[in-house]
Design a protein around this ligand. Sequence first.
Ligand SMILES: Cc1cc2nc3c(=O)[nH]c(=O)nc-3n(C[C@H](O)[C@H](O)[C@H](O)COP(=O)(O)O)c2cc1C
Length: 153
Amino acid sequence: MSDLVVYYTRTNTTKNVASIIKDELDADVLEVIDKKNRQGPIGYLRGGLDAIRSKKTSIEYEDVNFEKYDNIYIGTPVWASKPTPAIMEFISQNNFTNKNIILFATMMSSGGEETVDIMKKLIEDKDGIVVNSFVIATKTDDITDVTLKAIRN
Ligand SMILES: Cc1cc2nc3c(=O)[nH]c(=O)nc-3n(C[C@H](O)[C@H](O)[C@H](O)COP(=O)(O)O)c2cc1C
């Protein structure tokens, strides 16, 4: 089986989850970069507003041939109970027809299920097959435990 983990991160939590999956499954990893500056308090506030308004953003990532992969993991931080603009944009730019997709979201404490539902709907609208999803609340969860449990199940 070959696996790809796609993620966006602002402060590395989602990247850490991607690394755990990479190590466990020997997966390839693809980081999605948001070209908007999301750093600092202003970046935080604008990020939240952009997520609430489903505002589009410009992204960049390495060219990848998705056909090579059996499973594609897609991970996002939760922003205002929504996926990040960068991951929304990534989903809208790509074709997931008949691909097995595993969705994951990291958050402080709440909004993960709503976030995953939004992504799931977008993927299914593109004929992707969401085979699993998981949410990590950093306030209470052990990131490694939850990730390994989810991907081994
Ligand atoms: C703009 C913004 C909005 C956020 N909204 C939520 C939220 O609705 N619920 C929550 O539990 N955490 C929220 N968070 C916290 C992040 O989801 C959480 O820290 C996440 O794990 C960060 O992932 P990252 O380090 O990969 O960027 C928000 C963070 C940002 C920057």
